[in-house]
Design a protein around this ligand. Sequence first.
Ligand code: LLP
Length: 429
Amino acid sequence: MVKRKLHEPLEERKGNLYFDGFSVKELADKYDTPLYLMSEKRIRDNYDRLYGAFVNNYKYVRIYYAAKANTNLNVLKILHSQGAYLDTVSPGEVFLALSAGYTPDRIMFTGTSVRNDELKMLADANITINIDSQSEMDRLLKISVPQILSVRVNPEVGAGHHDHCITAGPESKFGLWEEEVIQAYAIAQRARVGRFGIHMHIGSGVLEPEPYIAAVEKLLSIAKRVKKEVGINFEFIDIGGGLGVPYKPEDTELDVAAFSSKVVNLFKNKVKDYGLGKPFLFVEPGRYIVCDSTILLTRVNTLKVTPAHKYVGVDAGFNTLIRPTIYGSYHPILVANKLNEPEKETYSIAGPICESGDLLAKDRQLPEIQEGDLLAVLNAGAYGYSMSSQYNSRPRAAEVMIRAGKPVIVREREQLKDLMTNQRVQSDQ
Ligand code: LLP
């Protein structure tokens, strides 16, 4: 029996997996594997649930979708139509945002190690910049004095599902520390920047409100000092993204209504106590919006038994989904054509990449698998395609979305000729 309770867009029909009402077997046969299969409806539902939870507690809220999680133009456009704003980290993401129809006033840039030519491009395009170092601000002010500026604060508390994904606290490269923050705003004000915001992002994959409570307290106490000592008002206060989703069977879902009421109540009380006016509250979720909107379909080609493990060889490896390899992340896996069969075998699921770390799962309990079976790797919508590569000279997978009720290709599968893009062959001397 299926141990995992399936939720939208997944459904079991006669032991087979359906996605937004479509048989994943038929989709895999039609579009081939590896295939990212995405649900427009789930993206919209996730956005609505999150926005609803926040706006219910505070009227002046904006959702800045963190584009890095999934930059498919259709995802960006769907969220645009929902009323989202965008958090970007590179000129490339700004380019995609503008191409998807976002006007500059709906785009924020929160980069790190930003080059001068990038700062110029952002300033020329009137994108709101969230600076990550005093060096970045000094260089920006020499290039252009922006109308609005924000500073990324290290609130001294970080959290996240893996060390690599903790983006605040003592070990983090991100943000400015309290005393530096005060100085940065004073310098910006002397340079005649007129409008201000303040920002933090503590990390990614956080399933409880506690770290946010501590970090929001610190952020607002710094905002209070800036207001008092520098004399500026904040138009927005950005508490970053990081809201987690359950991956492991034992993970509990984040109750966004409870989360938002805890965090927003604290925010409202402190903003009032500190006389910070009525700033917008910005939230920057990436994973929460897209993670469970997408599955990765991959076909079994090889079965191999070694003294230590039973290996199932599939056609998606860390070139297609790298999270299990670099973070040891657990992704739920279903045998899409055997949902009702008992999970009586223990398998390691290996990809086609020539490295031993190329495993989508280690020693996982699954139904008995045969060559030709179809596996569905769940929660593949966030940091899946966007972190994929052509390593081992494998063209990237295709993306299909159930959009307006029918399957459409939203990104073509790469072809062998794409492996030669930008290469220049020099003739032998
Ligand atoms: N805002 C900023 C400034 C960020 O750096 C990030 C993510 C977000 C928002 C969105 O975080 P989210 O809501 O998606 O957790 N590749 C890793 C995640 C890295 C996240 C980096 N920053 C993973 O696959 O788990």
